[in-house]
Design a protein around this ligand. Structure first.
Ligand code: ATP
Length: 236
């Protein structure tokens, strides 16, 4: 459903992606791993039209390469950025309402129903619904950022480093939820520093280095690749 072919991305004169090709199928969790500065965030930003890009980005057969960030989000490709970016001065519920699907022009959208769906996925957010987002823990803020995207009824969810800065136990809890979201029928493109975790939860993995895909395949195979073990898993 999402098919990227020969994608380039630029920051001014700096070329950060040099011809990346990647696919995310309808039911997949696809992991994108690679070291710092490899271009993982840039790839998600390129899909969301937040950075200058050229190449083919086909979503359900339509090339969206020339489309605006708004068009892409309206099509249901929703991006949870690195660092969460919740609105600190709004309550949990207000943050969620900001993500409501209503702006996507979907008829008969019910904010209450969508809130209920998010709260059943993340009961902690319901307990904290009147609390300001600034007062939440890092894990709760990450849940809120993901919950806000769920309010928009994603057709594809792009998660940038959801585990960043979180304790191992919190990361485990969060990834159970990410798997649950996927089992609800939402394909996920997952950028992760934690390569082991990313490969454990995904079906397919792409390894990006220096703005190029250097290895790709089924996660269950790549996780056992000697080069990958040495380069990405030895550090864990
Ligand atoms: P990290 O894990 O550290 O977030 P990453 O794989 O997500 O790394 P990117 O943030 O996409 O990598 O960066 C890819 C390249 O683009 C790097 O060389 C980086 O320095 C460069 N870059 C990123 N953002 C900008 C920017 N706003 N202006 C100029 N260069 C940038």
């Amino acid at each position: 459903m999402l098919k990227i072919n020969n994608l380039y991305a630029h920051y001014g004169n700096i070329e950060a992606l040099h011809g990346v090709s990647l696919e995310v199928g309808n039911k997949d969790i696809v992991a994108l791993i690679g070291s710092n500065g490899a271009g993982k965030t840039t790839l998600l930003r390129a899909i969301s039209s937040l950075v200058t890009r050229n190449g083919e980005i086909c979503y359900n057969g339509e090339n969206i390469e020339k489309q605006s960030p708004r068009y892409i989000a309206k099509a249901g490709l929703l991006h949870v950025p690195e660092g969460r970016h919740v609105f600190p001065g709004l309550t949990v519920q207000q943050n969620l309402e900001v993500g409501s699907v209503s702006w996507r022009g979907i008829k008969n959208a019910s904010v209450a129903e969508d809130l209920e769906r998010v709260f059943s996925l993340f009961p902690r957010l319901e307990e904290r619904r009147k609390q300001y987002a600034w007062s939440l823990s890092g894990g709760e803020q990450q849940m809120l950022a993901i919950g806000r995207a769920i309010m928009g009824r994603p057709k594809l969810l792009m998660l940038d480093e959801p585990s960043m800065g979180l304790a191992p136990k919190v990361i485990d809890e969060l990834f159970v939820k990410i798997l649950e979201i996927n089992s609800m029928g939402v394909p996920i493109l997952l950028v992760e520093q934690n390569a082991l975790l990313a490969m454990e939860v995904s079906q397919k993995v792409y390894i990006l280095e220096g703005g190029r895909i250097v290895l790709q395949g089924d996660s269950k195979d790549i996780i056992n690749d000697a080069r990958v073990k040495e380069a990405y898993l030895g550090k864990l």
